[in-house]
Design a protein around this ligand. Structure first.
Ligand SMILES: NC(=O)c1ccc[n+]([C@@H]2O[C@H](COP(=O)([O-])OP(=O)(O)OC[C@H]3O[C@@H](n4cnc5c(N)ncnc54)[C@H](O)[C@@H]3O)[C@@H](O)[C@H]2O)c1
Length: 360
């Protein structure tokens, strides 16, 4: 008899209840890659969420990520006041895979076919591992894609708007903690200096913040040096005593251990799904650390994609909507304090109120 290790169930991998309207899991005809398109909710409108192309140990991990990320998009789009539902697509790259440009092209055509088969239930855009140029390839197979390069008539990639929304959230968090919106002189720790983290670090340095930064990609140290920021290893970054910790890398960074070791007064960052477990919100609360919920903080990109893509869009109006993320964060802090609930619960209530109103 052969004994094998029991494999974890998808339920355990996903970690949230299955409440999705529709999930398509398909093998790309050209690429051979497993593509998941998860439509969590269309109650407020077409589901919008980016296309992630990333390495996972198993295709089931990629499906689990799509299920989690699409549910978070429902909350994000609802809390942002957009008439859009939540969805996400994930292309599974087996560990060690490095796609050639031709293979990426094939993967995008496959993604476009998968999205088109849903007849408009879901609209995609760029996310980690994809970009505006690759969205132009998706467009060859479906109209349900946004954030194309300006050269293709699109509104471009959303990282500027995401960084602007995170900046507004940082200011709102400082105000809640210190009674002042002043950034100058505050010590802020940023983990992940990519598209969003790099822009945010540049803006915070220009405003006079003292920065400590980190990235798994050591090449990002050049940016840190140019901003006069202190560089620390990714293993130690959460230990640095500071005013704020700003996660701008991948999700799941706030594990029970990391939360227990944080040495800051607030956490506010761009990374999606920062809490490794939902209980992390209460753990942060119990430690007296003010957490600005990620799906509100990082909604600038989706606000930009949705509103700037509308015909005749006024970019000043779009920028004001992005800036108003700071007001939403302040409201969530106030609601949480007054109702004695976590900031996560307060943000979820905000999103649920919009979803419930749409159900009536
Ligand atoms: N780009 C957007 O508009 C947008 C919108 C909403 C949410 N987000 C989220 O914000 C986060 C950052 O997005 P991005 O577009 O800047 O991605 P990116 O890939 O450009 O940057 C991520 C950076 O984090 C680094 N990184 C990865 N793992 C890390 C770790 N363990 N510790 C430290 N650094 C690490 C990477 O090397 C990279 O430099 C992601 O979680 C993304 O889902 C981005």
């Amino acid at each position: 008899m052969t004994l094998t290790q029991p494999s974890p169930s998808l339920d355990a991998l996903v970690g949230i209840p299955f409440t999705h309207e529709r999930v398509l899991i398909t093998t790309g005809a050209r690429s051979g890659l497993v593509i998941t398109v998860a439509v969590h909710s269309t109650r407020l409108g077409q589901a919008l969420g980016g296309a992630r192309m990333w390495q996972y140990e198993s295709w089931t991990d990629a499906v689990a990520d799509a299920l989690r990320l699409s549910a978070a998009m429902t909350l994000k789009n609802a809390a942002a006041g957009l008439n859009l539902g939540g969805g996400k697509s994930v292309i599974h790259l087996p560990l060690g895979t490095a796609l050639t440009e031709a293979e990426k092209h094939d993967a995008m055509l496959d993604l476009g076919d998968a999205i088109d088969s849903l007849h408009g239930a879901y609209m995609t855009a760029e996310d980690v591992g994809t970009n505006a140029e690759l969205m132009a390839v998706v467009k060859e197979r479906t109209d349900h894609v946004c954030g194309l390069p300006a050269s293709s008539g699109g509104v471009g990639e959303p990282a500027d708007a995401t960084a602007a929304g995170v900046y507004a959230s940082v200011v709102a968090t400082l105000e809640a903690l210190f009674g002042s919106r002043e950034v100058s002189g505050r010590h802020i720790v940023i983990s992940g200096l990519g598209q969003v983290g790099g822009r945010l670090a540049t803006a915070l340095a220009a405003a006079g913040a003292r920065l400590t930064v980190s990235d798994v990609n050591l090449a990002r140290r050049d940016l840190a040096d140019s901003l006069g920021a202190t560089w620390v290893s990714v293993d130690d970054v959460h230990l640095v005593p500071a005013d704020l910790f700003v996660p701008c890398g991948l999700g799941g960074v706030l594990t029970a251990r990391v939360i227990g070791e944080l040495n800051v007064l607030g956490v506010v960052g761009a990374a999606n799904n920062q809490l490794a477990q939902p209980e992390g919100a209460a753990q942060l609360d119990a430690r007296g650390i003010l957490w600005a919920p990620d799906f509100v903080v990082n909604s600038g990109g989706v606000i930009y994609l949705a509103l700037a893509s509308e015909p005749g869009a006024d970019l000043d109006v779009v920028a004001a909507r992005v800036d108003a993320i700071g007001d939403t964060v302040s409201t969530i802090f106030t609601d949480a304090r007054e109702q004695g609930i976590t900031t996560l619960a307060a943000a979820e209530h905000l999103a649920a109120a919009r979803l419930d109103a749409a159900r009536r």
